[in-house]
Design a protein around this ligand. Structure first.
Ligand SMILES: C[S@@+](CC[C@H](N)C(=O)[O-])C[C@H]1O[C@@H](n2cnc3c(N)ncnc32)[C@H](O)[C@@H]1O
Length: 275
């Protein structure tokens, strides 16, 4: 791992939030499944050079390294040292020698031009502050005909986030979850604006019913997750009121099967045009 700099307060909060998730891989099978699905679509080939944006514990990077071996290699970049430490331990255990990890903010990373066959980003788009700018940089670092792939969630995804957003708006607070990828058309436009062609979008429903208690656990204004930080502007009294509104809205959605937790997911791919 080599180290770089991440300056903004948001980035520091992000690193702190993910550094303390030392059991990330054991939290649920959700992120591993998303990473595996992204790789299914990407169809990497032996010899490919792959950039894994916000690699975390290496879910994408490690599987990619196995798929592109023996001559291909993978670069994984993340700003949370704690996540990279988990990735490094797995890589050593598996004795993989074709992955390099970099501790760096991917939004300030210097990327070589025309270098990679594929740039992937799983479960991290929501944390990037300048998505169009990043897509342009990923375009530049891809070889002609290179593939970019990520997944995004619809505006309706994650009932607790959606209801939290709905309540926050009543206090003039925009949480902005999934805004940039909230429809297939928005995903397509993001890629086309950056210059990508042959855009392919697969919409999949990953939702399920959850219990009221599970949904209520989503109220986490004190979470270290910087995406929840705007809620901290509310007074204790407002927060208590907002929580009651949140719980009432969830109860309204309760059915015999539980609460529908939509997880409309878009797997999005595009190619840099052939040179
Ligand atoms: C939910 S995890 C996903 C990790 C991994 N891609 C996966 O599929 O499990 C989000 C990751 O994004 C990283 N991240 C967010 N913003 C970043 C940035 N600007 N630069 C580098 N890493 C970033 C976090 O540190 C965290 O490891």
């Amino acid at each position: 791992m080599t180290s770089g700099s991440s300056t903004s307060a948001f980035k520091q909060q992000l690193a702190a939030f993910f550094n303390q998730r030392s059991h990330y891989d054991e939290e649920s099978d959700f992120h591993p499944r998303l990473a595996a699905r992204l790789l299914d679509y990407a169809q990497l080939q032996p010899g490919h050079k792959v950039l894994d944006i916000a690699t975390g514990t290496g879910l994408v990077a490690i599987a990619a390294a196995q798929q592109v071996a023996p001559d291909g290699w993978v670069v994984g970049v993340d700003l949370a040292e704690g996540m990279l430490r988990q990735a490094k331990a797995k890589i050593e255990r598996l004795q993989l020698f074709n992955i390099s990890l970099y501790l760096q903010d991917v939004e300030t990373l210097n990327l070589p031009e025309d270098c990679f066959d594929c740039v992937l980003c799983s479960s991290a788009l929501i944390y990037l502050s300048d998505l169009p700018g990043n897509l342009k940089r990923w375009y530049d670092t891809l070889k002609p005909n290179g593939l970019v792939g990520f997944h995004g969630f619809a505006a309706s995804a994650f009932v607790t986030s959606q209801v939290m957003q709905q309540v926050a708006r009543q206090y003039g607070i925009e949480l902005g979850f999934n805004q940039a990828t909230d429809t297939a058309a928005a995903c397509r436009s993001l890629l086309q604006t950056a210059g990508f062609v042959d855009v392919m979008i697969a919409a999949e429903q990953w939702g399920s019913y959850i219990s009221l208690a599970q949904a209520e656990q989503g109220w986490q204004p004190d979470s270290l997750n910087p995406l929840f930080q705007p809620l901290r502007q509310l007074s204790a009294q407002q927060l208590a009121q907002a929580q009651r509104q949140f719980q009432a809205e969830l109860r309204d959605r309760l059915t015999d099967q539980g609460i529908w937790n939509d997880i409309s997911t878009f797997f999005v791919f595009g190619r840099k045009p052939p040179g």
